[in-house]
Design a protein around this ligand. Structure first.
Ligand code: MG
Length: 290
């Protein structure tokens, strides 16, 4: 019996789940959305948080590099804002009309027999809008997004005791000045926000969606997300670049090249009777159709 189980395991399809980033992965960077997001983040920092315009580029860069997203960094250094307000401002005015229905992508997704989920740092509204514009909203089992990893959280809900370094709410932490000191970045305040590329975010996403990383392929345009995904045990595909980054098992110039690069995803369809899907309900709170 043991031998038989091993034999079946060896013969069965290698992957039964596909996990996709959304922005600049399912659609190309040339859509211009990423550029607009950056501009809106800068405007939010100036107009809503009162940050000097001249400091915004360096601050954005520092926060993005150290916290995964600028938003996560802004919260770490004690800026106060509602998450919904931030997401509404940053994503609310994006040129979604630049995203066109993508029948090639839709056809590819529909013909892959594996489970398919989105894993994005963006909020649910943005993810649903973008997927709708691409015409692939019904191709996914669910969306793991900001709200999934940070449920019902706003800055008022956070426990002061969780913060390693406390600062006055009236005086945000001066990270630009702090980072100029030698060896100081390892002592930066922690963020209450869970997001890629933190390994904790990957572990939580895998747990919530009941995903076995060894049997899952993760697609993302960000080399640092790819590296974290590899460390979390996932098989990885860098999208948007034909040269593999560190931790990437494959690299695709476009998501449209998926069939040429990974023919085994379709080959497994022939053996779909042996596919073992994870049992139990997938507790993702933000389905595409919600
Ligand atoms: Mg992306």
């Amino acid at each position: 019996m043991e031998f038989e189980d091993r034999y079946r395991q060896g013969q069965g399809p290698k992957f039964d789940c596909l996990l996709f980033d959304l922005d600049d992965t399912l659609y190309p960077m040339s859509s211009g959305l990423a550029k607009e997001v950056l501009k809106n983040i800068g405007d939010y920092m100036v107009k809503k948080l009162g940050i000097e315009k001249e400091k915004v580029p360096a601050l954005c860069d520092l926060l993005y590099k150290n916290y995964g997203t600028t938003m996560a960094g802004l919260r770490a250094i004690e800026y106060e804002f509602e998450y919904d307000d931030y997401h509404g401002f940053v994503h609310g005015r994006l040129p979604y009309h630049n995203l066109k229905t993508d029948p090639i992508l839709r056809n590819l997704l529909f013909n892959m027999p594996q489970r398919k989920l989105i894993f994005t740092n963006a909020d649910k509204n943005h993810a649903v809008k973008a997927l709708n514009m691409l015409g692939v909203e019904d191709c996914f089992e669910g969306i793991i997004c900001f709200e999934t990893l940070n449920p019902s959280k706003n800055y008022e809900d956070e426990d002061e005791d969780d913060r390693e370094i406390n600062h006055s709410r009236n005086e945000p932490f001066d990270i630009l000045q702090f980072s100029s000191q030698p060896s100081s970045l390892s002592q930066l305040p922690k963020t209450p926000i869970l997001c890629k590329p933190s390994i904790d975010a990957f572990d939580e996403a895998l747990r919530i969606a009941n995903i076995d990383p060894q049997r899952t392929i993760f697609f993302d345009d960000s080399p640092r997300n790819i590296l974290s995904a590899k460390r979390a045990g996932l098989h990885t595909v860098l999208v948007g670049n034909s040269v593999r980054s560190r931790g990437a098992d494959h690299a695709l110039k476009s998501i449209h090249n998926i069939r040429e690069a990974l023919p085994e995803l379709w080959e497994s369809e022939k053996m779909d009777e042996t596919v073992k899907y994870p049992s139990g309900k997938v507790a993702i709170e933000t389905p595409v159709t919600a």
